[in-house]
Design a protein around this ligand. Structure first.
Ligand SMILES: O=C(O)CCC(=O)C(=O)O
Ligand SMILES: [Fe+2]
Length: 327
């Protein structure tokens, strides 16, 4: 169960000496190069703060559907606003709200949800700070220079996502090809994931299609590697598949699964960054072709939402871990 994913305190990275930091960095790297996931505690983001954001998410999703659809996400490149249940993957059972760094034109105004935008902006910057510290761990271990990831994220526009998985009949999730969120890897650099107490998240730690539970642990944030970082590190760190299914039977035995809320923060580099695998040893073969981070993100986003208008035509068609040139 949880043993598959290490639980590590980040405190010494925040307050310790360089030697302390290197020790934490090594633990982080070891988790990322094997299971691809880690639970971090003592991150500087308190549980009380996370609870506050979950309450805010609940007030948003409690708005009537018509009102939420007034903030509807409709462009893969802007990728901001609300998506209703069924809009992203017909077999997923969730609704989402996406918040970005520089502009949020589809954010509910203070007349509708007082304090919503400012609170999310504040939480967004806390998440970005933490994510950059986690990435610094990798830069330290791989000897890329401490500021390696800072330097490729100055104009980057990561995405804070609020997710609500509505109550769902057990038989729906038990039916073939359905899940609260289907198995996938994330496609940016890395993801912070806050989950409520419901449970149901599973990961494939051995990359062999054997999913195990990644249950919520109070006071922690899960961090996982995403596709671009697997590519950039030439496979040294792993982008691991995960999915959300039903909570453990001993938690909810009834027919109707309760609502679940989660808050991922997807970290992406500056759009102009070329993700060309970094090789560290003599004669090391690059496992992946270079990709442009902006194109990669738009293509993956458009593909997820099936936003045809935004899918570049006659351009590149990406595969999850490769790229096929289309003339
Ligand atoms: O809700 C969760 O716990 C996982 C969400 C997720 O994997 C995603 O949005 O990419
Ligand atoms: Fe994910």
């Amino acid at each position: 169960m949880t043993d598959a994913i290490p639980v590590v305190s980040f405190e010494k990275f925040l307050t310790g000496t360089r030697a302390d930091q290197e020790q934490v960095a090594k633990q982080v790297y070891d988790a990322f190069s094997t299971v691809g996931f880690i639970y971090l505690k003592d991150t500087g983001i308190s549980q009380a703060r996370v609870d506050e954001i979950f309450e805010l998410a609940k007030t948003f999703f409690a708005l009537p559907l018509d009102q939420k659809l007034g903030y509807k996400l409709s462009s893969a490149s802007t990728n901001q606003g609300y998506t209703a249940d069924g809009a992203e993957g017909i077999n997923d059972h969730k609704e989402c709200y996406e918040h970005r760094r520089f502009a949020n034109p589809l954010c509910p105004p203070s007349t509708v949800l007082p304090g919503f935008e400012e609170t999310l902006d504040g939480f967004y910057s806390e998440c970005l700070t933490l994510a950059l510290r986690v990435l610094k761990c990798l830069a330290m271990v791989l000897r890329l220079g401490d500021d390696f990831f800072e330097d490729i994220t100055t104009r980057a526009d990561p995405q804070l996502r609020l997710i609500h998985y509505p109550p769902l009949h057990r038989e729906v999730i038990d039916s073939q090809g359905h899940a609260r969120i289907m198995p996938h890897t994330d496609f940016g650099l890395c993801t912070l994931l806050f989950q409520d107490g419901t449970g149901g998240l599973e990961i494939d730690p051995g990359h062999d299609d054997k999913f195990v539970a990644a249950p919520p642990i109070e006071g922690t944030v899960l961090v996982n590697i995403a596709d671009l970082l697997q590519r950039y590190t030439n496979g040294r760190v792993r982008s691991t598949r995960h999915r959300v299914v039903k909570p453990a039977d001993d938690k909810f035995a009834g027919d109707l699964l309760p609502s679940r809320y989660s808050i991922p923060f997807f970290v992406h580099p500056d759009p102009e960054t070329t993700i060309d695998p970094i090789t560290l040893t003599e004669g090391e073969v690059k496992l992946y072709e270079p990709v442009n981070a902006g194109e990669w993100r738009n293509w993956n986003t458009a593909n997820n939402y099936k936003i045809k208008d935004d899918t570049p035509e006659g351009g590149k068609v990406f595969q999850k871990m490769g790229v096929v040139e289309v003339a």
